[in-house]
Design a protein around this ligand. Structure first.
Ligand code: URA
Length: 431
């Protein structure tokens, strides 16, 4: 087959800051998917993009080409609006669990294709798999039926959803080319647009536990994704949220499910509830329900009812006891004062080292492992008070978790002012 372009020309063009035409980008993604562009060429091109960036039109072309590499789902004819949420990932980020059933209470359908964790940020599917019997694999027809009946489904993305992105992401992971705004934005949005949702709310995080530690870069990522969604006809809004401390008190799998159930029962940590409600309001507004009251649906049990139906529909038992870790180790405060810092990244890495996450694709996670916090940033603490409990099935993992937690908790003298950092720090919409 005679190829329309030469991969080397496109690598050099990007290396020299040139703008690629639409046909070139389409060809590159298609040729990479069918193996006519080698992994090392695609990696070199990705590095050139990371260093020199892309224009809005190029990013749109890249996103469209990755969508075209696989199936495009559609929920037309469902009889309800569909709105999805995507988070760029953080420590203790279990928000999808209470959020999907909460939004479904109001007749807005939530098709939530989720992933497994890799590295220090956990995966929604790993969390839900700690519920006995629960199944992540749901076919398209079953997904549609569950959306029509229950209104919410959280499941694994099929292999045919943006396969070019899957291959490119695996390369980026091993070639230092993850942290590029055009590449992250096109990767996330190709999957979300291919999934067929009519509207999308993005939770773009910044702070030590997030992909983008810097707020300005997170804002640029959010703007790029909102533009991509808008250009593709998917109404998209982004919230910028703080990830310098973990969300809630639980970081792990089963313990995050338990905390989500607390939120669905009208309780739970204030920050988890506040972010769940803020994202629900955005999703409900996009779904045509701007006056809906999500707080009432958490407090009166309607969201819990949908949760239980959603878990049962995927063969899970919402009443079954979940795994508990065999070993525990308590970290104590060394002095009296106020908790000034509680570093999200260190706590995420500790939970991962305890067995809550995986180092390689396909590894098993421990459902009961993780870090349970006993105080939040800003709380008064006393010397000897427990700050965190480390949970694992394997005692040998505790020293390496303790190593990374060294310095993660900073206790300042009583009376030290703790700057207010609201969980929702900004909002970006089309325009
Ligand atoms: N998540 C994705 O799906 N892709 C990225 O590039 C980064 C995060």
């Amino acid at each position: 087959m005679t190829e329309a372009f030469d991969a080397v020309d496109l690598i050099v063009a990007k290396r020299e800051h040139r703008v690629l035409e639409t046909a070139a980008i389409r060809w590159l993604v298609d040729a990479f998917t069918r193996g006519a562009v080698a992994d090392e060429q695609m990696s070199a091109w990705a590095m050139a993009v990371l260093l020199n960036g892309m224009e809005r039109r190029e990013i749109r072309d890249l996103t469209e080409a990755m969508i075209a590499s696989g199936e495009r789902m559609s929920f037309d004819g469902l009889g309800r609006p569909t709105v999805d949420k995507h988070s760029t990932g953080g420590v203790g980020d279990k928000i999808t669990l209470p959020l999907a059933p909460l939004v479904a209470v109001f007749g807005v359908a939530v098709p939530q294709l989720s992933g497994r964790g890799l590295g220090h940020t956990g995966g929604t599917l790993d969390k839900l798999e700690s519920i006995p019997g629960w199944r992540a694999d749901v076919g398209t027809a079953e997904m549609r039926a569950q959306l029509a009946d229950v209104g919410a489904v959280i499941c694994a993305a099929g292999a045919d959803l943006a396969p070019a992105d899957k291959r490119l992401y695996a390369l980026r992971d091993t070639t230092g080319t993850v942290e590029s705004i055009p590449l992250i934005a096109s990767s996330i949005m190709s999957k979300k647009i291919a999934e067929g949702t009519s509207a999308l709310v993005l939770d773009v995080k910044f702070g030590s536990g997030a992909f983008m530690t810097d707020r300005t870069r997170a804002e640029e990522l959010a703007r790029t994704m909102v533009d991509l969604g808008t250009d593709a006809g998917v109404e998209t809004v982004a919230l910028l949220t703080d990830m310098s401390v973990p969300l809630g008190l639980a970081v792990g799998n089963a313990i995050e499910v338990a905390e989500s159930v607390d939120v669905l029962a009208g309780g739970g940590p204030a920050d988890v509830r506040a972010l769940t409600v803020a994202l629900a309001r955005e999703m409900l507004a996009l779904g045509g329900q701007p006056d809906a009251d999500p707080e009432a649906a958490l407090d009166d049990g309607r969201a819990m009812d949908v949760w239980r139906r959603m878990i049962r529909a995927q063969d899970g038992d919402p009443d079954a006891p979940m795994a508990e870790a065999r070993e525990r180790h308590v970290v104590l405060a060394e002095s009296d004062g106020v908790l000034l810092e509680q570093d999200a990244k260190s706590i995420g890495v500790a939970a991962w080292r305890l067995g809550a996450g995986r180092a390689r694709q396909g590894e098993r996670v421990q459902h009961g492992a993780g870090v349970l916090l006993h105080a939040k940033r800003g709380d008064a603490v006393r010397a000897g008070q427990p700050l965190a409990t480390l949970l694992t099935d394997d005692e040998g993992r505790i020293p390496r978790a303790l190593e990374v937690l060294e310095g993660a908790h900073v206790v300042a003298p009583a009376g030290t002012a703790v700057p207010d950092r609201p969980v929702v720090a900004g909002r970006i919409a089309a325009g």
